[in-house]
Structure formats: C-alpha cells, structure tokens
Design a protein around this ligand. Structure first.
Ligand SMILES: Nc1ncnc2c1ncn2[C@@H]1O[C@H](COP(=O)(O)OP(=O)(O)OP(=O)(O)O)[C@@H](O)[C@H]1O
Length: 252
C-alpha cells in the first residue's frame, strides 16, 4: 500500500491575523485576517476610505496596527523586538507618487539605497540598476533626470528602484492613480510581467481590468473589513455580497 501524499500547501509569504487600526475614534481596519501566498498576486479593491492603503501601510510598517500580527515568512513584524529596518528591506513598496530625487540621475535614484542601505559597491550597484531598468523598459534612460521622463516612466523607475533591493514581496499602493490615462498601460504591463514572473505582490488598485486579468485572488474591502476574498472570476462574475455588487456596478 502506498502512503497517501498530501499536496504541500502554498506557503504564505505574508500573513496577517486579527489586524485592527484606529485613528482616534475612527476605526479604519477591523480584525483583518488575510495572507499573500508565495508567488501570488493579490489585488485589494473596495470603495474609497475602506482601509486598503492603511492595510498596505501596516504591512510595510509605515503604520502601526493597534492589534493583530503580521508575519513575513517566519518573522513576526509586529513583535516588540522586531527589527523594523531589516524587515522593511525585505518588502518593496511602490506608491501613487514616485518620490524620485529630482537632482539625481535615474540610475542614481535606483542605486542610492543599494549603496547607502545595503553597502553595495558603486559599480556592482550600477550593474544591478541597469538590469532592473532594462526589465522595466528604461535601459536607455539611466543617465536622464526624472523631470526628463513621463510620469509613467518615472513610476517604472520607482518600480525598478524597489526591485533592485530584491524584495520578497512587492506592495503597490494605487501605483497608477496619479498618471494620465495614456501612461497607465505601460506601468500595468510592467506589473503584469512581474506577476507572470512569480513575484509575490499585494496590489491596491482601482484598475479593475488589472485585478480581473492579473490577480490570482481579489480581496474586497468595505468599511475596514475584509468582506470577500476569492478568485477574480468569482469576485467579478459571481459576486453575491451586496456591497461588492454595488461597488462593481459603480466602477465597471
Ligand atoms: N493618517 C491618518 N489619520 C487619520 N485618518 C486617516 C489617516 N490615514 C487614513 N485615514 C482615514 O482612514 C480611512 C481609510 O483610509 P485609506 O486611505 O486606508 O482608504 P482606501 O481604501 O485606501 O481609500 P482610497 O481608495 O480613497 O485611497 C479613511 O477614512 C481615511 O480618511
């Protein structure tokens, strides 16, 4: 008789349990339990003010939750003695506003943290930056200043900068919301490539097309709660949660 073998569960790269957060008397996150599996693209959708960005900021330790735990692999980020800087270096974050240094070249923007934080040798950092810039389609722009690039190109530099740190997880907080509509698709294409390449990603987005096509799972947040989490197909085609149906009827 052969022993039954059980398929290994996909490990969680990030795991959140019982996370709550208030600003004064305003409760923004209510008892959120969610994980981002290794290699997964998880999209977070929901009405404005539902807590999506706050959740992402908690994941990157830019905000401190009032209660609950966040685990990055085997490391508890919310433990009293957690090394926040070391943990943050393992998580890449891309914001709506790219915050590039205007007086530095594109290449220097990407290498800065490599040399300053990782202590990498300047030439080694440059080579890594050039590889990352090539991946986002900007190899030819390394010596330019950010102001000489379009908003979409600047956002791709910000993505290259985050990738250069070789993070275990990438977090995207409305990365295309500040862009002119015609610049959005190039940034989404880079994000799609990353998703296809197996990068672990949590993506707050208002781009329902991206969530539908690129996500492995979609989480719907509402009033600070995780209201639904499921495959894109079930979220978009077979939604039975009334607030989700209402939300989708407004945005699709
Ligand atoms: N630093 C802060 N201080 C006080 N209230 C805040 C702070 N940051 C966020 N909030 C409030 O928390 C709630 C959730 O905000 P959050 O930005 O997480 O929502 P969101 O779902 O990302 O919204 P959007 O889609 O509009 O970006 C909102 O009511 C917001 O006003």
């Amino acid at each position: 008789m052969t022993a039954m073998t059980k398929a290994p569960a996909t490990p969680a790269a990030l795991r959140v349990t019982g996370l709550s957060k208030s600003y004064g008397s305003h409760t923004v996150l209510r008892d959120i339990t969610i994980d981002v599996r290794a290699g997964e693209t998880l999209c977070l959708i929901g009405p404005s003010g539902s807590g999506k960005s706050t959740l992402l900021k908690c994941l990157n330790l830019l905000e401190t939750p009032d209660s609950g735990e966040i685990w990055l692999g085997e490391t508890c980020l919310t433990a009293a003695r957690a090394d926040v800087d070391a943990a943050r270096a393992r998580i890449g974050m891309v914001f709506q506003h790219f915050n590039l240094f205007p007086h530095m070249s594109v290449e220097r923007n990407v290498t800065l943290a490599l040399t300053a934080v990782k202590g990498m040798d300047r030439e080694q950092a440059r080579q890594r930056a050039l590889r990352r810039l090539a991946e986002v389609g900007l190899a030819a722009f390394a010596d330019r200043r950010p102001a000489q690039l379009s908003g979409g190109q600047q956002q791709r530099v910000a993505i290259a900068r985050a990738l250069a740190m070789e993070p275990e997880v990438m977090l995207f907080d409305e990365a295309t919301s500040a862009l002119d509509p015609e610049l959005v698709k190039d940034v989404l294409a880079v994000m799609r490539d990353l998703a296809s390449a197996g990068m672990t990603m949590a993506v707050v987005t208002h781009e329902m097309g991206f969530a539908r096509e690129a996500a492995d799972r979609v989480a719907f947040m509402c009033d600070g709660r995780l209201a639904e989490i499921d495959t894109p197909d079930r979220i978009f085609e077979r939604a039975d949660h009334p607030r989700l149906r209402q939300f989708l009827s407004q945005v699709l």
